[in-house]
Design a protein around this ligand. Structure first.
Ligand code: BES
Ligand code: MN
Ligand code: ZN
Length: 493
């Protein structure tokens, strides 16, 4: 959409953006900006419905070359989520008019709604950044790429402008997640993910460590070894660490765990009926954790340590593949009977959860995973499934979710579900042949690898990590779900 998005600077704006509520004209402050009454004239046109993100324009002869008047919806219902939508609508419109230097002045409406200027600017900037994202990195010579303009955003109010800048930076974290998600499995192998992490760690000032080959054996990461062994793209465990400049003594880290399956063919329990298409996105939990760590190191900079663990593998088939009937033993001693090699995500997450509990002394653990098709059946693409039995952590996740608009819905996790995972021969099995409560089965399985007293939240993002068509802030494709949310939790907890 845009070649670059800048904030501030000395160039004279050629585009003015004003706003109005549904059924209302310009407020006093906006009318004062509208020297020649051109914006007011635009509001008499049919397209000026006042609906959230509806746009009407005028082209004054002098002053600004273009005035964009954007609808803000009903005055009583405009909130920060609405401002994100407005930001996305502006991004789409400004990209169509080939960018330029844009002065956004919504100060009148902000005041009417009593928004804090910095927060309002941030929501607008975040929506703009998310709405502006496109990925044409894989277009080739058979596609004529449209020219991509640059855009500079300014605001009259310094705090709003600071907010715009921060919002754009937050969107950048989610957009990083989206780019990784989009990268196809012939390129985005576990080794490629590690290289990307190396570059991001350098930029964001994170420490990094990778276990692969014999190192996986040494640490008994049995899930990764087994799930990954059929692929020529060898599995790895990646650890990223953010250390605050001034840390409280004995501060315990928040640990973020991501399922990073670079491709999920199902393994020997092969996916059928075109169920495989799209499984390049089975790494999106890990990609969200990477986006969150980028934000934590560059924007949020919380005063608590944060550790990320990415369990990376490709679930493929060969004569060396792990099989249904195999029994594997984890580093915490739990034995697992494999009943279905397509329930692979929980097997690799188990390695990371064991490690986190044993080695990281975590304050809390959050994992993000495209774990089950069942969660999509249950909640669609609206909410991620959340499993969290710790009230304090759940409140922190819900608060972050309320702030970023990445919605979570709590699902249950009682002893009866844990019992469903019992195996007739080993401790547990990785998938109960019954079709009941699939998303809960996944969470129940994982619970066998988390110490009972460690606050833990499992997010099943199989529904929300991507959309098929344009939806809200997002164009078709990956949404970057979880990057902003997890970064916020690190900030607020
Ligand atoms: N990666 C899939 C889950 C998935 C499905 C993600 C659809 C995104 C969209 C996961 O590894 C899987 O295959 N789950 C199985 C579990 C079953 C075999 C227990 C499923 O949900 O069908
Ligand atoms: Mn699978
Ligand atoms: Zn999977």
């Amino acid at each position: 959409m845009f070649d670059s998005i800048r904030v501030g600077g000395k160039d004279k704006p050629s585009i003015l953006v004003l706003g109005h509520f549904k059924g209302e004209g310009l407020d006093k402050h906006s009318a004062a900006r509208d020297g020649q009454g051109e914006a007011a004239k635009a509001l008499t046109r049919g397209e000026a419905t006042g609906d959230l993100g509806a746009i009407a324009e005028s082209h004054p002869g002098t002053g600004f070359a273009r005035i964009v008047v954007v609808g803000l919806g009903e005055k009583k219902s405009l909130d920060l989520a609405g401002l994100r939508s407005v930001g996305a609508a502006l991004a789409r419109r400004l990209s169509a008019v080939k960018g330029g230097v844009v002065l956004i002045d919504l100060d009148g409406p902000f005041k009417a709604r009593r928004f804090k200027p910095a927060e309002a600017g941030e929501a607008l900037g975040e929506g703009f950044g998310l709405g502006a994202w496109i990925d044409d990195g894989f277009r080739g010579s058979a596609t004529k790429k449209p020219s991509r303009p640059g855009v500079t955003l300014c605001a009259g109010d310094r705090q709003v402008q600071g907010g715009l800048e921060r919002g754009l930076a937050l969107a950048e974290g989610a957009n990083l997640t989206r780019r990784l998600s989009n990268t196809p499995p012939n390129i985005a192998t576990p080794a490629w993910i590690a290289e990307e992490c190396r570059a991001i760690a350098k930029k964001a000032g994170l420490k990094m460590r990778v276990w692969k080959g014999e190192e996986l054996e040494k640490e008994r990461f049995t899930g990764l070894i087994n799930v990954g062994k059929a692929s020529e793209n060898a599995p790895c465990m990646i650890r990223l660490e953010y250390t605050p400049a001034k840390s409280k003594k004995d501060a315990r880290p928040l640990v973020l765990v991501g399922k990073t399956m670079t491709y999920d063919s199902g393994g020997l329990s092969l996916k059928i009926n075109n169920g495989m298409k799209g499984m390049k996105r089975d790494k999106d939990g890990g990609c969200a954790v990477i986006g969150a760590m980028h934000l934590i190191g560059t924007v949020i900079k919380p005063d608590r340590p944060v550790v990320a663990l990415l369990a990376c593998a490709e679930n493929s088939i060969s004569d060396e593949a792990y099989r249904p009937d195999d029994i594997i033993t984890y580093r915490n001693g739990v034995t697992v009977e494999v009943t279905n090699t397509d329930a692979e995500g929980r097997l690799v997450l188990a390695d990371a959860l064991c490690w986190a509990c044993e080695k990281e002394n975590p304050e809390a653990i959050i994992d993000a995973a495209t774990l089950t098709g069942g969660v999509v059946v249950a909640l669609g693409k609206v909410y991620a499934g959340m499993f969290c039995e710790n009230d304090r952590l759940r409140r922190a996740v819900e608060a972050a979710s309320g702030a970023t608009g990445e919605r979570v819905w709590r699902l249950p996790m009682h002893a009866e579900y844990r019992d469903m995972m019992k195996s007739p021969i080993a401790d547990i099995l990785n998938s109960n042949p019954s079709r009941e409560a699939h998303p809960v089965q996944g969470a129940a399985f994982l619970s066998y690898f988390v110490n009972g007293d460690t606050p833990w939240c499992h997010l099943d993002i199989a529904g929300v990590h991507a959309v098929e068509g344009p939806s809200g802030l997002f164009a078709a494709g990956p949404t970057g779900w979880g990057a902003r949310l997890m970064a916020r939790v690190a900030q607020g907890m």
